[in-house]
Design a protein around this ligand. Structure first.
Ligand SMILES: CC(C)(COP(=O)(O)OP(=O)(O)OC[C@H]1O[C@@H](n2cnc3c(N)ncnc32)[C@H](O)[C@@H]1OP(=O)(O)O)[C@@H](O)C(=O)NCCC(=O)NCCS
Length: 201
């Protein structure tokens, strides 16, 4: 398992040349130059990372998209990967052992975090969160959120999966419930960010 992160607020010479025509067309649809630059930097970063594992040039990699949007490598189906980006950072995990999902979020003050938890967290997660001292709740909210995102990205089903119908552990690595074939864990992240990974046993 390799987990790498990269700043995406800086442009690297040659980044854009590794992207496919589809990726460049998507980049051109962003409303601002800043969003465009971050998209290009994130996708060039994934290509560089995967090129090292696959042993082919970054520009030669071709992707397919799963039924719910999860990208996979067309010619290296045994090489699992996932990308997440937020703010100035992208994070990418690569593994030959297991499908995986990864998520990074900016842990900005989020006054409405309790409303979001009420809407998207399972009853068990909501109870765990409410039992914590108030000063610890927002940090715990981001940990649960990133673990949940990592899981729905690992299965590839994204938001086709109801977020309220499964639970992730807080404060520890552990299985998702009820689908205990999947393990989630918090990852080290830059200051101001929270990240998590989901892999299959
Ligand atoms: C699209 C989704 C899979 C991830 O969205 P996100 O957290 O905004 O974005 P991330 O940066 O973590 O991931 C985006 C990348 O994941 C990949 N991806 C897209 N669809 C995917 C899927 N179904 N499964 C796995 N990975 C996927 C792509 O590489 C994508 O990069 P790109 O958009 O530059 O092509 C989906 O889970 C989503 O929209 N989540 C937000 C839902 C939410 O509000 N949750 C609240 C919880 S409290």
């Amino acid at each position: 398992m390799h987990i790498l992160r990269s700043r995406i607020d800086e442009f690297r010479a040659g980044d854009e040349a590794t992207l496919s025509a589809d990726e460049r067309a998507r980049a051109d649809r962003f409303a601002t130059a800043d969003l465009r630059r971050r998209y290009v930097a994130a996708h060039a970063f994934v290509r560089r990372t995967l090129a090292e594992h696959a042993g082919v040039p970054a520009a030669a990699l071709r992707f397919t998209i799963g039924p719910f949007g999860k990208p996979a490598l067309r010619d290296f189906s045994d090489l699992h990967f996932n990308l997440s980006h937020a703010g100035d950072w992208a994070i990418c995990a690569v593994s030959r052992a297991s499908p995986l999902g990864i998520d990074i979020e900016q842990a900005r003050p989020l006054p409405e975090f309790r409303d979001l938890a009420a809407r998207f967290f399972s009853s068990a997660e909501q109870r765990t969160l409410a039992a914590l001292p108030i000063s610890k709740q927002m940090r715990a909210f981001f940990e649960i959120w990133t673990k949940k995102e990592a899981y729905i990205k690992a299965t590839g089903r994204g938001l086709a999966q109801s977020l309220q119908e499964f639970s992730v552990p807080l404060g520890t690595d552990g299985p998702v419930r009820p689908d205990a074939r999947w393990l989630v864990r918090a990852l080290p992240a830059p200051d101001g960010y929270v990240a998590a990974l989901a892999t299959r046993y």
